[in-house]
Design a protein around this ligand. Structure first.
Ligand code: 48F
Length: 252
């Protein structure tokens, strides 16, 4: 016999047990787009406790829709990261091409298989800063935030925080507003217009620590540093995720 309250109890117990194991971690990644998922996989592979907090219910960020909703992604570099995750990539006219849905599904799966955890429907609305260093994130349910309810958030301690929130660079914005960034100008420069070639190059260059304990990856790196957007080409996102993982692993 199925008891309705068994289902309730199992869900609540399982979630809370899982969540309580996740409040003191090595790395908090904000955003489950291609850069955040890639970073999570490489960090988790080194047996570090890494959690991705994703505002939406579905991880994958801007990758699902490929370009103009055609679920095809194009890469000039970094396709080996997709192949490592089991994604079929084919060569075409000097580029690599993959199916966007397959790419998201397999990046999510390989991050989870490596030991990363994803909490969905949770928004990072602030960070913890102690002694001039980011020490964690402050989270709330996205549904609470969208309803505009006055409900206080809770905190997660992490040795490093990665802003992988894409074009919006939401975590960098919070820190910029409250403290200023430790970048050459201290400010968010804002993303520039489309230029795929330069955007891809700069994403990697701009990946790094922008405030003690706070790292930036993917499109957020270009938004912070004032570099071009690049549209539906994704190699820079994957390589940036790998690069930030390597940087963070050296520091924690
Ligand atoms: O936008 P997104 O896919 O970031 P990315 O990894 O990749 C960018 C590309 O998708 C594309 C591009 C390719 O060249 O330009 O845009 O840099 O994923 C960002 C994720 O962060 C989530 C958001 O829902 C998305 O899934 N996110 C944003 N703000 C928050 C957040 C927040 N405050 N808390 C939690 N999640």
């Amino acid at each position: 016999m199925i008891r309705d309250i068994d289902i309730t109890r199992i869900i609540v117990e399982e979630f809370l047990n899982d969540f309580l194991k996740s409040i003191e971690i090595d790395v908090a990644i904000v955003g489950a787009g291609p850069s955040g998922l890639t970073a999570a996989k490489y960090i988790a592979e080194k047996e570090k406790k890494v959690i991705i907090f994703e505002r939406k219910l579905s991880p994958g960020g801007g990758m699902w829709g490929g370009g103009i909703g055609y679920p095809i992604i194009v890469l000039k570099q970094g396709y080996e990261i997709l192949e490592e995750a089991g994604v079929k990539c084919k060569e075409k006219d000097g580029y690599w091409v993959a199916n966007a849905i397959e790419a998201v599904a397999k990046l999510v799966s390989s991050a989870i298989n490596a030991g990363a955890k994803i909490f969905n429907g949770m928004t990072v609305e602030d960070v913890i800063v102690k002694d001039g260093k980011v020490n964690g994130v402050v989270i709330n349910w996205s549904s609470i935030m969208e309803a505009g309810l006055h409900v206080d958030p809770v905190s997660i301690e992490a040795k490093a925080v990665i802003d992988a929130t894409g074009h919006d660079c939401n975590v960098a914005k919070i820190v910029e507003k409250k403290y200023g960034l430790k970048t050459p100008t201290g400010k968010i420069e804002g993303e520039k217009a489309m230029w795929a070639d330069e955007g891809e190059r700069k994403t990697l260059e701009n990946t790094g620590e922008i405030f003690p304990g706070l790292y930036v990856t993917g499109m957020a790196a270009n938004a912070v540093m004032g570099a071009p957007r690049m549209g539906p080409i994704f190699g820079g996102m994957l390589l940036s995720g790998k690069k930030v993982a390597e940087m963070v692993l050296k520091r924690i």
